[in-house]
Design a protein around this ligand. Structure first.
Ligand code: AMP
Length: 210
């Protein structure tokens, strides 16, 4: 199953992606995770990435497109993939269409997790993660246990200031993908603010299993 996960920053894509990956046996391909790994490695490219992510701006299409082409060509993507955080612009979506055509593959669904901006602000600024395990917490909704309280960190782009810029980028550059995929009959809208994460997961699974 070849899937795209679309939704604004903080809409819960990362949390839901884990369940989809386990349920359908396909890898999660998160461009944000790949970019953060390059930043941690401290390569020259990583440093270039950081100048964009810290400003809440999108990394240039060409760099991201190449990263994704490389990742999707690996063996673990043969049964399918869940793209998380890609495409984020119409240029990226067109590059993905061309890549998939070359690979004789086609998208099955584009899931859109819908959450209002006001909800995203609270979710994102409270988000903390454990650098050792990658587990994500929320200081109010899902606080880390006391023994991890000192260890958890905030992503440098999860501040209110950077989030506002990321949301601006989302509405200007990523939101046009909604009509793009709607026109192709691939868009599946999922209510992402109401209910528990498990209830939202069940909504997604109902679509994927239909
Ligand atoms: P994310 O973890 O998906 O929120 O991504 C974090 C940051 O990585 C974004 O704010 C962008 O700076 C960069 N990024 C991730 N995916 C992409 C993409 N597909 N195109 C451009 N920039 C991206």
């Amino acid at each position: 199953m070849d899937l795209i996960f679309l939704g604004p920053p903080g809409s819960g894509k990362g949390t839901q992606a884990k369940w989809i990956v386990d349920g359908f046996g396909i890898p999660q391909v998160s461009t944000g995770d790949i970019i953060r790994a390059a930043i941690r490695e401290g390569t020259e490219l990583g440093q270039e990435f950081k100048s964009y992510t810290d400003a809440g701006k999108l990394v240039p299409d060409e760099l991201v497109n190449r990263m994704v082409a490389d990742r999707l060509s690996r063996d673990d993507c043969k049964p399918g993939f869940l793209l998380d955080g890609f495409p984020r612009t119409v240029v990226q979506a067109e590059a993905l269409d061309a890549l998939l055509a070359e690979m004789s593959r086609a998208l099955d669904h584009v899931l859109l997790l819908e959450v209002a901006d006001i909800v995203l602000l609270e979710r994102i600024t409270g988000r903390r993660s454990d650098p050792e395990t990658g587990r994500v917490f929320h200081i109010k909704f899902d606080p880390p246990p006391p023994e991890l309280a000192e260890r958890v960190i905030q992503r440098s782009d999860d501040t209110a200031e950077v989030l506002n810029k990321r949301l601006e980028e989302y509405h200007a550059k990523t939101a046009p993908l909604v009509p793009y995929y709607e026109g192709k009959g691939l868009l599946r809208r999922i209510e992402g603010a109401k209910g528990t994460p498990e209830e939202i997961r069940d909504r997604i699974f109902a679509v994927l299993e239909a």
